[in-house]
Ligand binder design. Structure first.
Ligand SMILES: CN(C)c1ccc(C(=O)NN)cc1
Length: 331
């Protein structure tokens, strides 16, 4: 089996997140979910939510699906790196992404979501594509869509082709040679943390020298920005006129008309360059001439994160073989 589905920016001006249409149940209910390699719960806004927590999202109504079955006495509760959270109960139902169907996929139904989810009216839930060891369902943890689909896939892979301010794709079960240039460089993945954790071989700021240094981090489609060690941030923002680390805005900001260098990171001998346009991320508030950077410090996170700002500069292969690896190519 294979599948292919669109990755659509939730906001026309800034790539805060990307959503992908999925079908759940019988007859199919279409929701737009945030495919998230940084977590492993598949959860949706549901008919169990209080109306006060829904603001335009499409909800999944298990009562309207003839193939939905309650997973009795199972619950879940998750908190993300940015402090947002959700919790609820669990059904199993048919789950289809871009023509690829998994029967009896655990669909976690929200009974409660935090305000940051309520405010994001274009996200109807998340599809965790991390390792199933991170799934929060108790008493029996559930498998991700990828783990359920893998045995039926032509190849045990999915790929991310995210784009800057435009629609990209997630492919399942195959690698589309038309989506990248040159070769794909694969590096090992440490699955123990439960994320797609790999080691970058270093970085360069603009046209500067490449600094060979191991950077352990995760490839996280569910995080908007890139979070790296403070020393790298200092090296980058010292090249940006008027850049400063702002307590008010919680990170590096700079005048929106400042000239930004690109940022290159290493994957083995290969190099991926993030164009400066991706790093001038967004005005701190609508209409402001102060912009928030797409590169921020990981010092408060305890983990380095290659989020969408980096991922959209590449074609990324999440290879679920034994052992799993991650591949990066230019495009
Ligand atoms: C509030 N929303 C839409 C979120 C979506 C995804 C995440 C996340 O950390 N994914 N790895 C956090 C929050």
């Amino acid at each position: 089996d294979t599948g292919s589905a669109a990755a659509i920016p939730v906001n026309p001006n800034y790539d805060i997140a990307y959503v992908t249409p999925v079908s759940i149940g019988t007859p199919p209910q279409t929701l737009h979910l945030d495919f998230d390699t940084g977590s492993s719960d598949l959860w949706v806004f549901s008919s169990h939510l209080p109306a006060s927590q829904i603001r335009g999202q499409t909800i999944y109504v298990p009562a309207n699906s003839s193939t939905a079955k309650l997973l009795a006495d199972h619950t879940w509760s998750i908190t993300y790196g940015d402090g947002s959270a959700s919790r609820g109960n669990v059904y199993v139902d048919n789950f289809t992404v871009g023509g690829l169907t998994v029967e009896n996929q655990a669909v976690q139904c929200a009974l409660q979501v935090s305000t940051s989810f309520t405010r994001e009216s274009n996200i109807d839930g998340l599809v965790g594509l991390g390792f199933s060891t991170l799934n929060t369902v108790v008493p029996k943890s559930q498998l991700t869509f990828f783990d359920n689909a893998k045995p039926h896939m032509d190849e045990p892979v999915f790929t991310a082709d995210l784009k800057w301010k435009s629609e990209g794709t997630y492919d399942f079960g195959f690698i589309d040679e038309k989506k990248y240039t040159g070769k794909i460089t694969y590096v090992p993945v440490n699955t123990s943390p439960g994320y797609w954790t790999f080691t970058s071989s270093g970085y360069a700021v603009g046209s500067g020298n490449f600094s060979a240094t191991s950077i352990v981090g995760i490839a996280d489609t569910g995080t908007s920005l890139v979070y790296l060690p403070p020393s790298i941030l200092t090296a980058y923002y010292r090249q940006v006129e008027g850049a400063t680390s702002s307590r008010t805005y919680g990170g590096y900001v700079f005048p929106c008309n400042s000239k930004l260098p690109s940022f290159t990171f290493g994957i083995g001998e290969a190099r991926i360059t993030i164009p400066s346009s991706y790093i001038s991320y967004a005005p701190v508030t609508a209409g402001s001439s102060t912009c928030f950077g797409g590169l921020q410090s990981s010092s408060s996170l305890g983990i380095n994160i290659w989020g969408d700002v980096a991922l959209k500069a590449a074609f990324v292969v999440f290879h679920g073989g034994n052992p799993p690896t991650i591949g990066w190519a230019k495009k």
